[in-house]
Write a protein that binds this ligand. Structure first.
Ligand code: G3P
Length: 218
């Protein structure tokens, strides 16, 4: 399973990259706004900076919601670097745009996916990645992880090539459960990735090893 980081924050992207476990980055308009990035030139420059940190796939989301606008914007984004993946929302014109990008060799990430039916459409259009939003499904008191399992089953029996990118990950257990449920990729906040490190017995064991080593030097 690939690990993407879900942020536009360069320091956090660098920190994850330095761990040696980073396979890519996803962003969205909210995450870009959180970093204070606005205006076409600044957005493009920021994606270029992210693409310099990692050679893994970097999802850059279109803002347009009509087919022509998405195609124009997606082409510009795809021109930034070879590892850019154009992120397109799961709406009617979005499906049309994903089909267009597929025909023209531009890789895509279909975002805002909340049902197996939407995931089937994304795969039929040839999306490189489909992004089911686990946390936001859980927020509505439905089962986000069941969505991953359903999509994994459908893609497996139908031999779809689209990779399942589990998004809206909120905690380390979402990562573990996504791995068990058949996600090809998880995109997570740095905090959730670092949360995987934690175990009190590791801390206790290390303290004992170091204490024993120190005593042996006396
Ligand atoms: O990148 C999309 C997704 O990961 C958003 O997560 O926490 O805003 O639901 P969240």
């Amino acid at each position: 399973m690939k690990f993407f980081i879900d942020t536009a924050n360069l320091d956090q992207i660098k920190e994850a990259h330095e761990l040696g476990i980073l396979d890519g980055v996803t962003t969205n308009p909210s995450l870009m706004a959180k970093e204070g990035i606005s205006g076409d030139k600044n957005v493009i420059d920021h994606y270029a900076k992210i693409c310099k940190v990692t050679s893994g796939d970097v999802s850059a989301e279109v803002i347009s919601t009509d087919f022509e606008g998405m195609v124009e914007e997606g082409k510009k984004l795809a021109g930034i670097a070879e590892n850019i993946v154009v992120k397109v929302p799961m709406i009617k014109d979005g499906v049309k745009a994903i089909s267009y990008f597929t025909e023209h060799g531009i890789r895509t990430n279909c975002t805002l996916v909340f049902s197996p039916g939407q995931a089937i459409l994304a795969a039929k259009a040839g999306a490189t990645y489909v992004s089911p939003f686990i946390g936001r499904v859980d927020d509505t008191c439905w089962d986000g992880m069941q969505l991953i399992r359903d999509i994994a089953e459908i893609y497996s029996v139908q031999f779809f090539d689209t990779e399942i990118l589990a998004a809206s990950i909120r905690n380390p257990m979402h990562i573990v459960e996504s791995a068990k449920s058949g996600a090809d990729v998880v995109t997570c906040p740095l905090k959730a990735i670092l949360g995987l490190l934690n175990h009190p017995l590791t801390d206790k064991g290390l303290a004992k090893f170091l204490a024993d080593h120190k005593n042996a030097q006396k």
